[in-house]
Design a protein around this ligand. Structure first.
Ligand code: HEC
Length: 159
């Protein structure tokens, strides 16, 4: 099973770079990958919270800002998640350092379909964010659902 998962990850470019590992030591390379994906998540959250504030009426709707935040979120979602998810960087292997569940690897490519859902939701958001509050609200809601769609199966609850 582990072997199958590894093969699938390699085929999809989801394996970590051998160079990084040799230069850096295995543990450090894994920690860097974890930090990178957590940082990417923070970028998602930053952009989404600005849009969410407008959608909820906590901030004034601003078409230009909404378009910019949506574009930035969509760009971030296009960063390849592959190298940031090396085998062995799950919460079973690295307890206390990551909340990514081993299940993300053992059920691969399920996690990629969740990433694809985020990508299409943010692409739609880019299209409608500048066209008025109603469209923004619906599209922001759909993006939020796509975040949750991956967190629910693949992220461990906070300790
Ligand atoms: C493909 C799956 C997936 C998608 C899509 C996804 N997340 Fe995550 N997210 C995770 C996983 C897994 C973790 C735990 C990462 C870790 O600790 O290594 C995480 C962690 C986070 C964190 C905590 C980061 C930290 O500093 O520890 C935030 C914030 C977050 N996600 C926000 C979002 C937002 C907002 C979206 C949608 C715009 C989103 N995520 C979409 C899987 C996903």
């Amino acid at each position: 099973m582990k072997r199958i998962a590894t093969t699938a990850l390699v085929a999809a470019g989801l394996a970590f770079s051998a160079h990084a590992v040799l230069a850096d030591g295995h543990g450090k390379a894994l920690e860097k990958a974890v930090k990178a994906r957590q940082a990417l998540m923070q970028v998602y959250a930053f952009n989404l919270s600005g849009l969410g504030a407008m959608a909820k009426g906590e901030a004034k709707y601003d078409a230009k800002l909404a378009t910019a935040l949506a574009g930035s979120l969509n760009n971030a979602a296009q960063a390849s998640i592959g190298a940031m998810w090396p085998q062995g960087s799950d919460s079973t292997a690295m307890p206390g350092k990551t909340r990514a569940l081993l299940k993300a690897w053992s059920t691969y490519p399920e996690v990629q379909t969740k990433q694809d859902a985020l990508l299409s939701a943010t692409a739609n958001l880019v299209k409608v964010a500048g066209n008025g509050l109603d469209g923004l609200q619906a599209a922001v809601g759909a993006v939020g659902k796509s975040c949750g769609g991956c967190h629910k199966p693949f992220r461990a609850p906070k300790n």
